[in-house]
Ligand binder design. Structure first.
Ligand code: 4AD
Ligand code: MG
Length: 467
């Protein structure tokens, strides 16, 4: 019998019984006795499995023997109201076709409760677990939320290059792109590599941020956003850093730092609300299995107003805490780059809600940020979140040609890479602002997962590029 496949997400919601349906998916578990087998089947369309009831007298022992955890089946049968607890419908199977077997002696996802460390080693199969199915469905939904938010606000999705010759953040953490034979590099007398005959004729790298090109878009189209992969060769083995991560970077002409904070706050709340509106089954699963306070925390972020505080005030609060005996691993002083323990102290212990910290010392921020009148600070803003620390980094941009040029020179940024960026300040310069949201950091917050390696399908970190 050839009937159309029904997705399991739709099948389990059906209320017309005794109809013939076909479902396809992977076996999660099989239990039963010599008269009947109960097979839990999942096809990724939902966290829920559908129960297949296979009577022993309808199927050969050989066939049922091959229905093991991980095997892929096509099942046709009658959809009936379930007698058992835990599901409303089940399928009384009349036909079972095995697309692919999974040898129980070899299939690595046998028992429940594998550690996340182990599952990272089998990242090619972990999307088949309940937790990673939930995480990756939420990941998709957050991408949809992001496009929906900006589209609805009249922003244009602007594609900035992945390969670039400029270092936006100026931190020297770029991966080089070359077609040269690395064992036989042409060098000048001083030993520097000559790139003339390399693919791009100059040193090229993977981008750390689409911002600089994003500014070119914003100063023409008014408001744009990028959403793409970015790369950082920083050797940070932490639960919050990846070498390849996705970033959303809106950039808006005529926005000052206050407008920038307003839209950043509205944007994050929109994404979190989208998750609560569209991913409740997966969130309930994660709330039960991973983090019992997850849903409560998501709701609380939507309802609260973020604190807005200058860096200098933040440092005072942290110094006060130290004076009262609070121990941090890293020292706190005006001018220091905040560690995530400091950020989390402000958010989780002091204010108990998200904090937007502004006006950082210029020495610890990038060259493009608008300089304040005090000569010491820049109009930066970092959005700090519970459990995560920094989730967004952004600023109002320096739109004054002379000030920007001076800063570029002070920092020894090669001018030959920056002439086109400076042109925006030379021709029709305008006040503008933007920020970058780390997509995986947002996902850490929304899923309650603890490690950034567990919210991206195939994480890239120092010494790992498997799959
Ligand atoms: O603060 P960052 O470095 O800012 C920029 O790149 C700016 N150009 C953004 C802009 O204004 N358009 O990075 C922005 C965000 C961080 O707040 C963090 O969420 C995330 O990107 N991020 C990382 N996420 C995962 N792994 C890493 N190694 C990350 N580095 C930054
Ligand atoms: Mg930052």
């Amino acid at each position: 019998m050839d009937i159309r496949r029904t997705k399991i997400a739709d099948a389990i919601k059906m209320t017309t019984y005794d109809v013939t349906v076909n479902v396809k998916g992977w076996v999660r578990t099989k239990r039963g006795n010599k008269n009947v087998s109960f097979i839990a089947l999942n096809d990724g369309s939902t966290i829920n499995n559908i129960q297949i009831v296979a009577d022993a007298d309808k199927f050969s022992d050989e066939l049922l023997k091959d229905v093991t955890t991980g095997a892929c089946l096509s099942v046709t049968g009658t959809l009936v109201k379930s007698m058992g607890a835990g599901q409303s419908v089940e399928i009384q199977a009349s036909e079972i076709l095995i697309y692919g077997k999974a040898d129980p002696n070899e299939y690595p996802l046998q028992k429940k409760g594998h550690s996340f460390e182990y599952l990272r080693e089998i990242a090619h199969l972990r999307p088949r677990t309940n937790t990673f199915g939930a995480v990756f469905r939420i990941r998709h939904n957050m991408a949809m939320a992001i496009h929906s938010f900006f589209h609805q606000k009249g922003f244009y999705y602007f594609h900035t290059p992945i390969i670039t010759a400029s270092d936006c953040e100026g931190a020297g953490q770029m991966f080089q792109v070359t077609t040269k034979n690395l064992y036989d590099l042409k060098k000048d007398e001083s030993g520097s590599i000559i790139y003339d005959d390399d693919f791009f004729g100059k040193m090229a790298s993977l981008t750390v941020s689409g911002q600089l090109e994003g500014e070119l878009g914003a100063t023409a189209l008014g408001a744009i956003y990028t959403f793409g992969p970015t790369f950082r060769a920083e050797n940070s083995n932490t639960p919050r850093h990846l070498a390849e991560f996705w970033m959303i970077e809106p950039e808006m002409a005529f926005y000052d730092i206050k407008d920038n904070m307003d839209i950043a706050e509205e944007f994050i709340k929109y994404c979190v609300k989208w998750a609560l509106d569209n991913c409740m089954e997966d969130l309930e699963f994660l709330n039960k299995m991973i983090d019992k306070t997850l849903i409560e925390r998501l709701k609380s972020v939507i309802d609260c107003e973020f604190v807005r505080l200058p860096y200098t005030e933040g440092i005072k609060i942290l110094e006060d805490a130290v004076a009262k005996g609070h121990k941090f691993e890293f020292p706190v002083f005006w001018g220091c780059d905040l560690a995530s323990e400091h950020e989390r102290f402000l958010v989780e212990q002091h204010f108990k809600r998200p904090v937007i910290l502004t006006d950082y010392p210029k020495e610890i921020k990038a060259f493009y940020m608008k300089q304040n009148e005090d000569g010491k600070t820049v109009r930066a803003m970092d959005v700090l979140f519970p459990t995560i620390g920094e989730i967004i980094g952004g600023s109002e941009r320096e739109e004054n040609y002379d000030k920007l040029l001076k800063r570029i020179q002070e920092l020894n940024i090669p001018m030959k890479d920056m002439w086109w960026y400076l042109d925006t300040r030379k021709f029709g310069s305008c006040p503008h602002s933007g920020f970058g949201l780390g997509f995986e950091r947002l996902l850490l917050f929304v899923t309650g997962m603890q490690n950034i390696r567990d919210v991206i399908p195939f994480p890239r970190t120092p010494k790992t590029a498997e799959f």
